[in-house]
Ligand binder design. Structure first.
Ligand code: M6R
Length: 365
C-alpha cells in the first residue's frame, strides 16, 4: 500500500505533482476558473466586506498564504484564525462576510465548531476539504475539494500543496468577479498555476541534495526558520513539519522581527532556514541572513533558480526551486521543507508516519 516507498510521508510527497494537476486542471476551462455546483453568487462576492479563514495546524498555515493571495488579487480584507481561538471569542461575523474553512480530514472538531459558529452568524461558508463527504464538507454551504487522495501520514504534505492551489484559484475567481485585476493578469496566473506540476517534478528530482544537507544537521538542538511575507507563512509550515516528526525544537519568525528579540537565540552553529522566494524582499532577506551569520548561524536558503548566485553569496547552502511568480512560490517551495523534515526524522530513527503524541484527525478538543 506504500507503493514501494518506505513511508507514507515520502509516497505522499512524491504524489504532489499528480494531485496538484488533479486539483487545478478541472477548474480551468477556456482561460476561466470554474467551480462546479458553486452556490456563492457573484453578487455575494461583490458585496463581501471581509473574508474569514479558519483552520488548525497545517491548514491554518495554508490560510496564511490564502490571506496574501486574496488581499493582493481581490482586494478584500482577510482575517486568518486558529479555529479554537475563533470559536470562543464571540467573533464579529455577519452576512456581509464569507468564511473559508480549511481542513484535510474535514473532521477536526474545533474547525467544525468554528464553521457552525460562522454559519449561525449569517456568513456564507466555503470549505476546502480533502475527505469527500466528511462533516465539514457536508455542513458548509459550498465545498471545494482538494483532490489529494488519501493522506495517511500524520504530517500533512500533499494536502497543504493542494489547499494552496484551491486558495489561489479562489483568489483569482474573486478578483475576476470584482474586477480588481484584468483578464491578461488572470490568464498569466492561470498559466503559472498550470506549470506547477512540472515544477514540482523538478523539485523532487533534487531530493538527494536535501537528504545530504539533512545528514549534517539531524542532531541539531534547535532550528529556526525566517522569512518575509509569503515566506513567513511558509516558514511557519516548515517549522511545524520539522517539530512534529523530528522532535527538534523549532520556531519561525518574520525576518523583520529578528531585532525584536529572536536574534538573541542565535548561537555559533545554529541552523537557520531562510526561504527567500519573494523578489521584492530578496535584499531584505539578504540583510537578515547577514545578521544571523554574524552571530554564528549556519544558513540554508531556499531561492528561485534565477537568484542562485546571489543566494550562494549570502548563505552557506542553497536549495533552488524553479522560477515561478513569487505569489505562487509557496506551493513549490514548501516541498524542500517537507523533505528536510522527512529526512531528519528518518535519520533520527523516529516513527515518521506516526509521530509521538499526535493523531491524524483531531476529533476532540
Ligand atoms: O484535518 P485537518 O486539516 O483539519 O487537520 C488540521 C491539523 O490537525 C493538521 O494539519 C496537523 O497540524 C498536521 N499533523 C500537520 O502536519
Amino acid at each position: 500500500e506504500k507503493g514501494g516507498y518506505e513511508h507514507f510521508m515520502m509516497k505522499e510527497i512524491c504524489e504532489e505533482p499528480a494531485v496538484l494537476k488533479a486539483t487545478i486542471s478541472p477548474r480551468v476551462r477556456d482561460g476561466q476558473i470554474q467551480f462546479e455546483h458553486f452556490k456563492l453568487t457573484d453578487e455575494m462576492v461583490k458585496s463581501c466586506e471581509k473574508i474569514n479563514i479558519i483552520a488548525c495546524g497545517t491548514a491554518y498555515h495554508a490560510g496564511m498564504v490564502g490571506k496574501y493571495a486574496i488581499e493582493k488579487l481581490a482586494r478584500i480584507p482577510v482575517d486568518v484564525d486558529v479555529a479554537s481561538e475563533f470559536r470562543y471569542r464571540d467573533p464579529m461575523v455577519n452576512e456581509k462576510q464569507i468564511t473559508i474553512v480549511i481542513s484535510q480530514s474535514g473532521e477536526t472538531l474545533d474547525t467544525l465548531m468554528a464553521l457552525r459558529e460562522a454559519k449561525k452568524k449569517g456568513s456564507h461558508t466555503v470549505s476546502i476539504v480533502n475527505v469527500v463527504g466528511s462533516s465539514i464538507a457536508r455542513e458548509s454551504d459550498d465545498v471545494l475539494y482538494t483532490w489529494a487522495g488519501p493522506e495517511i501520514a500524520v504530517a500533512s504534505t500533499k494536502a497543504y500543496n493542494t489547499q494552496l492551489a484551491v486558495l489561489y484559484l479562489l483568489a483569482l475567481k474573486f478578483a475576476q468577479i470584482r474586477g480588481t485585476v484584468d483578464d491578461e493578469t488572470i490568464r498569466y496566473y492561470i498559466d503559472q498555476l498550470m506549470q506547477i506540476p512540472d515544477h514540482m517534478e523538478t523539485v523532487l528530482q533534487d531530493k538527494e541534495a536535501i537528504q545530504r544537507f539533512a545528514a549534517g544537521h539531524y542532531n541539531a538542538r534547535s532550528i529556526f526558520f525566517i522569512g518575509r511575507n509569503l515566506d513567513y507563512a511558509l516558514s511557519m509550515e516548515g517549522s511545524l513539519k520539522l517539530k512534529e516528526i523530528s522532535y527538534i525544537h523549532s520556531e519561525a519568525y518574520a525576518g523583520g522581527e529578528l531585532k525584536h528579540g529572536t536574534i538573541a537565540l542565535i548561537e555559533d552553529g545554529t541552523l537557520v532556514i531562510c526561504p527567500m522566494t519573494q523578489d521584492a524582499l530578496f535584499e531584505k532577506m539578504v540583510s537578515n541572513i547577514r545578521e544571523v551569520k554574524a552571530r554564528g548561524a549556519v544558513v540554508l536558503a531556499i531561492a528561485a533558480e534565477k537568484h542562485l548566485d546571489e543566494a550562494e553569496k549570502a548563505a552557506d547552502a542553497v536549495i533552488t526551486i524553479p522560477n515561478i511568480d513569487p505569489l505562487l512560490a509557496p506551493i513549490v517551495a514548501v516541498t524542500p521543507l517537507q523533505l528536510f523534515a522527512y529526512y531528519v526524522s528518518v535519520m533520527k530513527g523516529n516513527d515518521v508516519d506516526k509521530p509521538r503524541n499526535l493523531a491524524k484527525s483531531v476529533t476532540v478538543e
